[in-house]
Design a binder for this molecule. Structure first.
Ligand SMILES: Nc1ncnc2c1ncn2[C@@H]1O[C@H](COP(=O)(O)OP(=O)(O)OP(=O)(O)O)[C@@H](O)[C@H]1O
Ligand SMILES: [Mg+2]
Length: 354
């Protein structure tokens, strides 16, 4: 097991910076999720760590050893990819053994290690099957066993769950996390799915256009996004532009709302163009005679456990409010056209640069 240090790594293609000075310290045994939209440089970063893509600038240090110039097979890392990349004509056991045969391990050792890796992913009973005789989730587990069998210092996973259906993705996500923790293996997990990143990672690194936009524990990134981009990516659908004033925050639509002292992202304390970010779950809807901003239900979307209401104030301000549905003890649904009052607690909102 090893820690991984990325020192200002850069990948340049022609005139384009795919990865733009990324620095990151990953502790031994830590699982870091690289999260971001398509094209932001996640895969390129991972491939540079693995040695499949040469870095243009910067250094990669693994367990105190500079591996920047080493080929993949000298880095002792395990890989898992989106499309499994299993050999179709080889059995499960042969697929898993492949990485060991490349390393000149004795036959007896190979058999023992393959057995152990397959037990770890609960597939020992299917060792003689061919990949095409397995389900998607089973194939993904073979790929994981193959990555683990070489006893890597670092595990690199690139969207390992994206070919699985929602149910299997959920199961495999837990399984990967459980195996990763029991082995204490340093892991980089690439995904564009915020939910996946938040649930598997010790630390989430949000990337945008080749750079790190924000990093922190899942809770830090989720609860206190530091930019409009991260807030939006984390599902904060209400991002209301406005400006800071002495006694609160003036929305562009005219309303003055309170903000809590700690709600300003670092580096953005000066007055200027900001957006107030408030999660739909934090918006309270009350009857028309209660406290708060007068508004009207514009659209109601039933989603099983919750109902999303688009609400419009007279000023034109439009927000999404997410309320518990009757199925989980919520109040009877509101209908389009109903008059309501909406409010949120000042500490429910954070201010981010626009
Ligand atoms: N071999 C290459 N030649 C030129 N440009 C490349 C090459 N590989 C990647 N890029 C570009 O680098 C950028 C980052 O690509 P990368 O594959 O790392 O993104 P990603 O975050 O993994 O996206 P996705 O979520 O779609 O997999 C993209 O703009 C991509 O087009
Ligand atoms: Mg990718």
């Amino acid at each position: 097991m090893s820690d991984v240090i990325l020192q200002s790594i850069v990948k340049r293609y022609e005139h384009m910076l795919a990865v733009d000075h990324v620095s990151l310290n990953i502790a031994e045994g830590e699982l870091v999720a690289l999260l971001g939209p398509s094209g932001c440089g996640k895969t390129t970063t991972l491939r540079m760590v693995g040695g499949f893509v040469p870095v243009s600038e910067g250094r990669i240090i693994v367990g105190g050893r500079d591996v920047t110039g080493l080929p993949p097979h000298k880095r002792n890392m395990g890989f898992g990819f989106q499309n499994y990349a299993l050999f179709p004509h080889m059995s499960v056991a042969q697929n898993v053994a492949f990485g060991l045969e490349m390393r000149k391990v004795t036959k007896a050792d190979i058999a023992r290690k393959v057995q152990l890796a397959l037990e770890r992913v609960r597939l020992a009973h299917l060792a003689e099957r061919l990949p095409k005789q397995l389900s998607g989730g089973q194939q993904q587990r073979v790929a994981l066993a193959r990555a683990l069998v070489i006893e890597p210092d670092v595990l690199l996973l690139d969207e390992p769950l994206s070919n699985l259906d929602a149910q299997l993705r959920q199961e495999m996500k837990l399984e990967i996390r459980q195996i990763q923790q029991s082995l204490g293996i340093t892991t980089i997990f690439v995904t564009h799915d915020q939910d996946e990143a938040l649930s598997v990672a010790d630390r989430v690194v949000v990337m945008r256009a080749g750079r790190i936009e924000q990093e922190g524990t899942p809770d830090q990134v989720f609860a206190t996004p530091r930019s409009h981009f991260v807030a939006e990516f984390m599902g904060v659908t209400n991002l209301l532009p406005g400006r800071r004033e002495a006694d609160g925050f003036r929305l562009a639509s005219g309303e003055m709302v309170g903000v809590a002292p700690g709600s300003v992202a670092p580096g953005t304390a000066e007055p200027g163009e900001l957006a107030l970010a408030v999660r739909p779950e934090r918006i309270d809807l009350r009857g028309p005679d209660g406290e708060g901003m007068a508004a009207q239900i514009d659209l109601a979307t039933y989603r099983g456990l919750v109902i999303d209401y688009r609400v419009k104030a007279a000023s034109g301000l439009t927000l999404i409010a997410r309320c518990p549905a009757p199925a989980v003890g919520g109040p009877p649904p509101l209908r389009a056209g109903e008059a309501v009052r909406l409010s949120w607690r000042p500490e429910a909102a954070v201010l981010v640069p626009l």
